[in-house]
Design a protein around this ligand. Structure first.
Ligand SMILES: [Fe+2]
Length: 389
């Protein structure tokens, strides 16, 4: 079969102490002044000061914006306020330094410098007409992949629903990925962000949008995360584990950007919306039930997944291969204290309107059209039901 492949990625600078290059990178983009968007944790960890000094050494003036928010995802009004600062200051470059949410705000604030209107106007696919101010995106967690994707997720405050801006014009100019910045990331965030990255790769790998380039990155990143998530969770100061988790998260982000997620992400929206559970934790609770349902469509790829996860499947029947993959995922999830079911997540089946969730998830056709198995509302209800067991 001949494939048509479009492959997009920002310039990537990866490595221990890569942060030191931020000044040169900003200068290359023509920065005399930058807006540096970050969060309180980054300041506490001493990373903000360091970053500022690398920029100032290059003669660049820095205005710092510390994000303060009251919701798990940044709300649209917070983005507006940040965009207003970015517009007024007429900065040459916008820098995002922090976890996925902060990076999303930086990407959108940059877009709103050159595009009129509000965030709400751009929810959906490819609706941002112009590129924003140049961006340098620097993650301090390993998982979201926001440094290499065209996506940004916000809470639409008016209706209390999470929505996505997915637009090529949001793709950062430069991603600086420095594993040393993740050393202070707490175990729970390490686990939840790490499993998010695993799902970006695994879901995209099984999806209809997969191609040879993203498949290669997906399998390698799955193999790395299977080996290193546990050690990174167990000892956050271990540079070996942090290095590998940052690398696999970057690879999974490129996979996400070019092949996209599907069912697990679609089904997580209504759950996260109702219970305000963190993104990776919510995905984790749904993952096994989702993969059990779609495995029938992708027997060969399930075998490759098993091998990437280090399983010996020689001589096994396809149904046993699927069991092996699900067992390996179950072990990975439980070994880092993540939920393997909605019950583990503390959600009560009796108090849940599964039908309503399924109707909501089914509306995410942007994601569901990539699913290897065609899913009706009833199918999705069954998966939710299974995810409680
Ligand atoms: Fe995700």
């Amino acid at each position: 079969m001949f494939q048509n492949i479009v492959f997009q990625t920002p310039a990537v600078i990866f490595g221990i102490d890569a942060l030191k290059q931020i000044g040169q990178q900003a200068a290359k983009l023509g920065a005399g002044s930058v807006l540096l968007i970050t969060g309180p944790q980054v300041k506490k960890a001493g990373l903000l000061e360091k970053t500022e000094s690398f920029l100032k050494t290059e003669g660049i003036s820095v205005k710092v914006n510390i994000q303060d928010r009251d919701t798990p995802e940044p709300a649209t009004d917070v983005v507006e306020a940040t965009a207003e600062i970015a517009r007024k200051g007429d900065f040459d470059v916008i820098i995002g330094l922090g976890g996925g949410s902060i990076l999303d705000v930086a990407k959108m604030a940059s877009a709103l410098c050159t595009n009129p209107g509000k965030t709400e106007d751009y929810f959906g696919r490819e609706r941002v007409p112009k590129r924003g101010k140049p961006t340098i995106i620097v993650p301090t967690t390993a998982g979201t992949g926001a440094e290499v994707t065209k996506h940004a997720i916000f809470l639409d405050r008016a209706i209390n629903v999470k929505k996505v801006v997915a637009s090529s014009n949001l793709l950062p100019n430069v991603a600086i990925v420095d594993p040393a910045l993740t050393l202070t990331c707490p175990p729970a965030v390490t686990a939840s962000a790490g499993i998010d990255a695993f799902i970006h790769s695994a879901e995209a790998y099984l999806s209809k949008n997969a191609n040879t380039m993203t498949d290669a990155l997906a399998l390698e990143s799955i193999s790395i995360i299977t080996k290193w998530l546990g050690p990174a969770f167990a000892d956050g100061q271990g540079m070996d584990a942090r290095y590998h988790m940052s690398l696999e998260s970057l690879m999974a982000g490129v996979v996400l950007n070019n092949s996209g997620t599907s069912l697990v992400h679609a089904m997580a929206y209504p759950v996260g919306g109702e219970h305000h559970t963190p993104h990776g934790v919510t995905l984790s609770a749904l993952l096994i039930a989702c993969f059990e349902y779609v495995a029938v469509a992708k027997a060969e790829k399930m075998a490759a997944l098993a091998r990437a996860m280090g399983e010996n499947i020689d001589g096994l029947a396809p149904r046993d291969v699927v069991d092996r993959v699900l067992d390996a995922i179950h072990y990975l999830i439980r070994s880092v204290d993540l939920p393997a079911s909605l019950t583990d997540l503390g959600i009560s089946r009796e108090k849940t309107d599964i039908h309503q969730w399924a109707v909501e998830a089914h509306k995410e056709q942007r994601l569901l059209t990539r699913s290897p198995r065609i899913l009706s509302v009833e199918d999705i209800e069954k998966i939710y039901e299974n995810a409680f067991e």
